[in-house]
Design a protein around this ligand. Structure first.
Ligand SMILES: [Cu+2]
Length: 153
């Protein structure tokens, strides 16, 4: 009787370990690599579209390729209307705040304000399927065309 209980316990442990391992690999390491930059001296991102899978961990590297302009990368929880509202709040927050509003409710992920040539890697969990706008909130950069779309599948 004792032996069979042990066998059952061992079986439960093995199944448990297997399930944990399976979950671990599914939840997984960062899906790797999204890379986006500013488009040279233009007020634009390159690329202007990115894709990710819902719920995956995303590691995104943003590179400021300008030699003169500061930029940031701000992914908002919505489309261009939400981006415009975040951009306005960012402008009010000012440069000392990295042009990021204190209220981050509509921001999924953001980089610091990067000096020319700098880069930063940010990590976030991809939201539900849909399309999300990313912008640079440095004053007038969104208006100049510094905007893109993340599609989550
Ligand atoms: Cu910019």
């Amino acid at each position: 009787m004792k032996i069979s209980v042990r066998k059952i316990a061992l079986g439960v442990l093995l199944v448990g370990a297997f399930v944990l391992a399976a979950c671990g690999s599914k939840g997984g390491a960062a899906s790797g690599g999204l890379t986006v930059g500013s488009d040279g001296e233009n007020l634009a991102f390159a690329p202007i579209t990115l894709t990710a899978k819902a719920g995956e961990k995303v590691s995104l590297t943003f590179k400021n390729n300008s030699t003169a302009l500061s930029h940031n990368f701000v992914l908002v929880n919505g489309g261009e209307d939400v981006a415009a509202a975040v951009d306005e709040a960012a402008g009010a927050a000012g440069e000392a705040a990295g042009y990021l509003p204190a209220d981050k409710a509509n921001i999924i992920a953001s980089s610091a304000l990067l000096a020319p040539g700098a880069s930063a890697t940010i990590e976030f969990t991809a939201p539900a399927a849909g399309t999300y706008t990313y912008v640079c909130t440095y004053p007038a950069h969104l208006g100049g065309g510094m905007v893109g779309t993340l599609t989550v599948n």
